[in-house]
Design a protein around this ligand. Structure first.
Ligand SMILES: Nc1ncnc2c1ncn2[C@@H]1O[C@H](COP(=O)(O)OP(=O)(O)OP(=O)(O)O)[C@@H](O)[C@H]1O
Ligand SMILES: [Mg+2]
Length: 210
């Protein structure tokens, strides 16, 4: 069983978008648990919208947990699944720490701006702490909401290299399809309109599950 934690203390970077896509793609391979660790329960809202449309299958089993329960309850529930994805939410540090203890792989979605870089300092401290207890934790950064017209991505990559962070070669650009898909309880594949969005998220999936 592999547990993935999708984490960042910064809001709006794409944690929920990445989590629901990863969990839905994993659900095609085997029983998958999606833990919504965000008190705002965005992944759970997506799951509720998804249930309204019976054409959308398979689905990950979705549950909401916060704080330490992400680790304790998460561990107990995970036993019945082949894959687990935690949408670690934004500001709940206890839940974020618990997710990093539960997981074998952590994915950090980031935007490519100076603000995104500045906001990562806290997160990097939490990741370092988690490594003391979970030394095999594999941490990878995903550049999301990329705007290929700007130089921001190159600057962000330089900064991430200075922090000695592993960056996935797959990148996800800013595309309306992602916003639409979430609002319909779907994935960009199920929406089927934006082929570029589909190939980006599938490249991410192939790399992160390899
Ligand atoms: N690649 C993308 N292209 C376009 N829109 C995106 C992309 N990724 C995320 N978004 C949109 O950006 C907003 C924030 O994304 P999301 O909710 O996944 O981030 P989050 O990190 O989970 O935020 P929060 O901290 O509020 O939980 C949403 O409206 C989402 O649809
Ligand atoms: Mg979210």
């Amino acid at each position: 069983m592999t547990t993935y934690a999708v984490v960042n203390t910064k809001g709006g970077v794409g944690k929920t978008t990445v989590s629901v896509h990863l969990a839905t793609m994993l659900a095609k391979r085997g029983p998958t648990l999606l833990i919504d660790g965000d008190p705002q329960a965005s992944a759970a809202s997506w799951a509720a919208w998804r249930r309204e449309n019976s054409n959308l299958t398979p689905s990950p089993t979705t549950t909401c947990l916060t704080g330490k329960a992400v680790f304790n309850e998460g561990k107990a529930l995970a036993g019945g699944f082949e894959h687990v994805v935690v949408d670690a939410g934004g500001r709940d540090t206890a839940g974020l720490r618990a997710a990093l203890l539960l997981a074998q792989r952590a994915i950090i979605p980031v935007g490519a701006s100076n603000l995104d870089a500045a906001a990562m300092t806290d997160l990097l401290t939490v990741v370092e702490l988690a490594r003391d207890y979970n030394p095999d934790l594999d941490v990878r950064v995903l550049l999301n909401r990329v705007d290929p017209r700007t130089k921001d991505t190159a600057e962000m990559l330089e900064w991430l290299a200075e922090q000695k962070l592993a960056v996935l070669s797959a990148r996800v650009c800013e595309r309306v399809a992602f916003r639409r898909a979430i609002g319909e309880g779907a994935t960009v594949q199920e929406l089927g309109r934006d082929h570029a969005a589909v190939s980006e998220i599938e490249a991410f999936f192939a790399e992160v599950t390899a």
